[in-house]
Design a protein around this ligand. Structure first.
Ligand code: NAP
Length: 303
């Protein structure tokens, strides 16, 4: 039996077990996936290595610190400046990846953003992965909207060096007026999340209404499935994507790393929503290069 886990703290509402179990089932693989809520990263990693695990996912607050305990940082983790997937090799060495990049990119598999402008709300960890994905999709400009420009300047300078082909701008989130120039707007803040600020949205409806008819509104939040931002964008007739799609695609990409193979045809009869979403994700993934190929080709090309 293959064993996998998610480490982080807190993990109370994690959807990862149901998504991964659905993935294992659709691949016909006998595996289990457990939640390990921990405040002792070092001991937990030792236990994962000695406990017969083949890999694990990483979430808040360990996406950065876990990098200190791995043997190899793959380019995806380097570009995202965060680790969300670790493979435990047979010799017990650890390789670190970030699958949020390909998870985001794969949800936009049928969209071309080449030469276009993107807007990102927030400058945290997820925003960084989104930038790496948008760089692979060859956008020409990225504008961040943040509540604190001084706090974001270090990150902005890092990105300007790392992604030289992209022009970056930064503005105050409270002062968003028009969004007409953007082909895509990505919410990478928790504004609109259940239990945080579900009754709020990060941009006003009047600002949203300035977006072009073909524009995409992408909310990384997956709980609720439809945030107020997504609901408003739908009412305006804009294309919308919610965070569950990305969550499922990043999980599928993690399984691809763990099993060294693209997910097989989805033949699951699992009844959960997550399982059916995974089934949709799996064929889409097969159309894309595998993570190792992407690592070698696209990410290293950007270096
Ligand atoms: P993070 O590192 O804490 O970053 C959050 C960002 O939002 C920061 O830039 C923060 O600004 C900003 N922010 C927080 N509250 C704000 C407010 N009231 N007004 C304006 N800006 C605010 O978190 P993260 O890991 O990037 O996650 C961001 C969101 O993406 C979360 O909702 C998370 O659930 C979601 N996510 C989804 C997926 C997926 O697969 N769908 C994957 C990863 C993350 P400061 O820098 O000023 O604090």
């Amino acid at each position: 039996m293959n064993k996998f886990a998610l480490i982080g703290n807190p993990l109370t509402h994690s959807l990862s077990p149901v998504i991964h179990q659905a993935g294992f089932k659709s691949l016909g693989i006998d595996a289990e996936y457990e939640l390990i809520e921990t405040d002792d990263l070092v001991t937990t990693i030792k236990q994962l290595k000695s406990g017969g695990f083949s890999g694990f996912n990483v979430t808040i607050p360990y996406k950065l610190p876990v990098a200190m305990f791995v043997d190899k940082i793959e380019p995806s983790a380097d570009f995202a400046r965060a680790v969300n997937t670790v493979k435990i090799e047979t010799d017990k060495t650890l390789s670190a990846y970030n699958t949020d990049i390909i998870g985001f990119q794969n949800t936009l598999a049928d969209v071309s953003l080449q030469g276009k402008r993107a807007a990102i709300l927030g400058t945290g960890g997820a925003a960084h992965a989104v930038v790496a994905a948008l760089a692979l999709m060859k956008v020409k400009e990225i504008t961040f909207f943040t509540r604190s420009i001084p706090n974001a300047l270090d990150k902005l300078n890092f990105m300007r060096k790392k992604f030289e082909d992209i022009t970056f701008h930064i503005h105050q989130i409270e002062k968003i007026g028009g969004l007409s120039e953007f082909a895509i707007l990505v919410n990478a803040t928790p504004i609109g999340m259940l239990g945080n600020s579900a009754d709020m949205q990060p941009v006003s409806r009047s600002a949203l209404s300035t977006m072009g008819a073909d524009a995409i509104v992408y909310d990384l939040i997956y709980n609720p499935r439809k945030t107020l931002l997504i609901k408003d964008a739908e009412k305006l007739g804009l294309k919308t994507i919610n965070g569950l799609d990305m969550l499922v695609h990043q999980a599928a990409a993690a399984q691809e790393i763990w099993f060294n193979d693209a997910p097989a045809a989805a033949n699951t009869a699992a009844s959960t929503t997550a399982a059916s979403t995974f089934s949709t994700a799996a064929p889409a993934l097969r159309k894309k290069p595998s993570i190792p190929l992407m690592k070698l080709a696209a990410l290293e090309e950007l270096a």
